[in-house]
Design a protein around this ligand. Structure first.
Ligand code: HBI
Ligand code: FE
Length: 288
């Protein structure tokens, strides 16, 4: 049994956040109190799942679809998943587990969990009137968007390395660069498969409209992944992304982000920040 993440609770962290942080443990985890899900919550899950499940073939990457097949042996689409059931499969696949949390965590807490191969996963689900859009990640965003990707060994190792790097970045003043890297890969990343862009980012995979916009729309700005370019580029949290970075493989992502980032942060301090919709002559177009 790994020692629990030893982090002092933050006073005031949860101000304005949606979840119930009042009963969380020192490491910000809570119990998934399955009995608290109502029939309305379960119906919301089934409807969100059914709609998105139709859209992912031909748009999500192969690793995602392969993991969804495994998860659907747990009747994944029929009801809000039980952490224990999914953790049994996930541990088997990549030695990761999901940690039930009330919602967004402070960066350093989030990184500490990732560094120990634990993915903080929100326990609450959106209300029916939020069916098409929520600001904070809910159980559908996490379980439908993130969880299948953690079944891929390369992504699993990248996420752990990202967590370790995050703890270091916090000390080196590199947090905002690392947050952009997370955003343009784990949340909104595309990977090229058979010459075509396919989604591996959870924010794309869990959104019906953005899945089409990112993967198929003619006008979307898709550029070949470039670590510095991604870390320089601001991102939008309440609209489709203006730029999508396309990797050739998860191995490429893992290898390009393996080196120590300390020197990178110092170089980035001297480079201009780029707007989300910037188009540079050096951008290698990653087409349709
Ligand atoms: N907390 N629960 C949760 N889930 C996230 O995806 C998350 C987070 N805290 C911070 C965060 N993501 C991003 O700022 C990362 O860049 C660290
Ligand atoms: Fe997310």
């Amino acid at each position: 049994m790994r020692e629990p993440v030893d982090l002092t609770g933050r006073v005031g962290h949860s101000k304005g956040l949606r979840g119930d942080y009042s009963r969380m443990r020192a490491d910000y985890t809570v119990d998934q109190d399955y009995a608290t899900y109502t029939e309305v919550h379960q119906r919301t899950w089934r409807q969100l799942y059914a709609r998105q499940r139709e859209l992912v073939p031909g748009r999500a990457c192969a690793a995602y679809l392969k993991a969804l097949d495994v998860l659907e042996t747990l009747d994944y689409g029929r009801a809000i998943p039980r952490f224990d059931d999914v953790n049994t499969k996930l541990r088997e696949a990549t030695r990761w587990e999901l940690a039930p949390v009330p919602g967004l965590l402070p960066d350093d807490v989030f990184f500490a969990h990732l560094a120990q191969r634990r993915f903080p996963t929100t326990v609450w689900i959106r209300e029916p009137e939020e069916f098409d859009y929520i600001v904070e990640p809910d159980v559908f965003h996490d379980f439908f968007g993130h969880v299948p990707m953690i079944f891929d060994p390369q992504i699993a190792d990248y996420l752990q390395a990202y967590g370790e790097g995050g703890l270091k970045a916090a000390r080196l003043g590199g947090l905002k660069y690392l947050a952009r890297l997370y955003w343009y890969t784990i949340e909104f990343g595309l990977v090229r498969e058979g010459g075509e862009p396919r989604a591996y980012g959870a924010g794309i995979l869990s959104s019906p409209a953005e899945l089409r916009h990112a993967v198929e729309a003619e006008g979307s700005h898709r550029v070949a992944f470039d670590l510095i370019r991604a870390m320089q580029t601001r991102y939008l949290i309440d609209d489709f992304q203006k730029t999508y970075f396309v990797i050739d493989s998860f191995a490429q992502l893992f290898e390009e982000t393996a080196p120590d980032f300390s020197l990178l942060y110092r170089a980035l301090e001297r480079l201009p920040e780029l707007e989300a919709d910037a188009h540079l002559p050096t951008d290698r177009d990653a087409g349709r």
